[in-house]
Design a binder for this molecule. Structure first.
Ligand SMILES: C[S@@+](CC[C@H](N)C(=O)[O-])C[C@H]1O[C@@H](n2cnc3c(N)ncnc32)[C@H](O)[C@@H]1O
Length: 198
């Protein structure tokens, strides 16, 4: 991805260094940043540009690293991102990073439990969902994720190759759903893609 503005590229590099140092320290799991890899960010950006996704939902913002890739990609398309995060400390960090990026106008950060949001969101309202949260919840969330996606919409799930056993049940259910075309993309920690029939 060669078209990143210099200031955004610097901010992303800074967040990568911060995430590495912070997560490798003596940090409790719930306090870790657990950011996507840069090549995953590039992949998501290319996917958004290829599909023209404008209404984007992210589940699991952490400190906002991945959101910045989504917002960067959707900006020229006139798109916007809604992102969900339940940790107040991470919400504060994400807000700061969004401000620093100048992309904050495209991003709505919802603090709270993603399950509550998903249960109340409108059917067919979303072009692309990026799922990067607590993997044990994915199966219970599937009916909502499926409902929220518009026909032709795309679900992307992180950690499909880094934690295959933790997403196996979810992946099996999605793979068995005739309304979805799926693929496993070996970029970063492994991205599982499911595209809803148009
Ligand atoms: C892997 S991290 C997200 C990393 C982020 N996507 C990135 O690449 O920068 C997962 C995040 O999901 C949040 N989370 C977990 N369960 C959640 C829930 N039920 N509702 C909202 N956020 C949740 C955690 O607090 C954590 O910050």
């Amino acid at each position: 991805m060669s078209k990143l503005p210099d200031a955004l590229n610097s901010l992303l590099s800074e967040l990568e260094r911060f995430g590495e140092d912070h997560d490798h320290g003596d940090t409790k799991r719930e306090s870790k940043m657990l950011n996507i890899t840069r090549d995953t960010g590039e992949f998501l950006a290319a996917l958004i540009r290829a599909t023209g996704a404008r209404n984007i939902l992210e589940v699991g913002a952490s400190n906002g690293y991945s959101t910045l890739w989504l917002a960067f990609a959707s900006q020229p398309l006139g798109g916007s991102i809604t992102t969900l995060e339940r940790s107040a400390a991470k919400v504060a960090m994400a807000r700061e990073n969004y401000e620093q990026s100048g992309l904050q106008g495209l991003i709505t950060l919802v603090e709270g439990d993603a399950g509550d949001f998903l249960g109340n969101a409108d059917s067919g309202s979303t072009d692309l969902i990026f799922l990067d949260s607590n993997r044990a919840d994915y199966l219970a969330w599937w009916p909502h994720l499926k409902r929220l996606l518009r026909p032709g919409g795309t679900l992307v799930v992180d950690n499909a190759t880094s934690h295959p056993e933790e997403v196996a049940g979810f992946v099996a259910v999605v793979n068995a759903d005739e309304a979805f075309t799926t693929a496993l993309v070996p970029v970063g920690k492994g991205e599982f893609l499911a595209v809803k029939a148009g």
